[in-house]
Design a protein around this ligand. Structure first.
Ligand SMILES: [Zn+2]
Ligand SMILES: [Zn+2]
Length: 211
């Protein structure tokens, strides 16, 4: 495969939303219920899916056939040569040989999953240096793994990312200081009016979008 591939940007085939809006299906903020609502799931997953479908078309492979699994295995074997979205989509299609779960998404005790997951991030360091991956895209990638496999994280981390994802998808990044402060609050399970916090964030995002 093409060694230059990883130096190209990924996840940009479909324009990202610029506003935080409610989901037609579950009425929550779109993307919040990634695991439980098909529409929220799709609102996040489609940016990856678009790149994967383009690869299938390029390789002339029909989705859902054995060939697609084979392609996923090839991608994982050549991790460094592929776009991050493609690697993530390949991970989704492969079962871990040790635990039988989706690769990288098994129980935290599974060494094979831990290894596969740990290997993902070299690409981001590289792509960040090359200027083909933004901080927001890195956050989007990390966030998807957290909301996809929340059992691998503390409740505080999983909750924080889940709430942030519908905003990150619009290009927003949690301001560093706030993110740390909120993580601490989540960890200590202090009472906090999260609705108010996110209402304010959403208003800012949507105002910026309206120009
Ligand atoms: Zn929904
Ligand atoms: Zn595993």
């Amino acid at each position: 495969m093409d060694r230059q591939k990883k130096r190209q940007p990924a996840g940009r085939a479909i324009p990202r939303p610029t506003r935080v809006e409610p989901c037609d299906q579950c009425q929550a903020v779109l993307g919040l219920n990634y695991r439980d609502c098909a529409n929220c799931h799709q609102a996040i997953e489609r940016f990856w899916e678009a790149d994967w479908q383009a690869l299938l078309a390029h390789e002339q492979i029909v989705a859902e056939l054995a060939d697609e699994t084979l392609l996923a295995q090839v991608v994982i074997a050549e991790l460094d040569d592929h776009l991050w979205t493609i690697v993530d989509m390949a991970m989704r299609r492969i079962r871990c040989e040790e635990c039988g779960q989706e690769l990288g998404g098994g129980p935290i005790q599974c060494a094979a999953c831990q290894f596969a997951f740990g290997n993902l991030w070299w690409h981001d360091i590289d792509a960040g240096r090359q200027g083909v991956m933004t901080h927001n895209e890195h956050a989007l990638r990390v966030g998807r793994y957290v909301i996809r496999h929340p059992h691998r994280y503390s409740n505080a981390i999983a909750t924080g990312w889940r709430m942030n994802m519908p905003r990150i998808v619009t290009g927003w990044l949690p301001p560093g200081q706030d993110a740390r402060r909120y993580a601490t609050i989540l960890k200590q399970e202090k009472i906090m009016d999260w609705d108010a916090v996110y209402r304010k964030i959403d208003a800012e995002i949507n105002q910026a979008s309206d120009g």
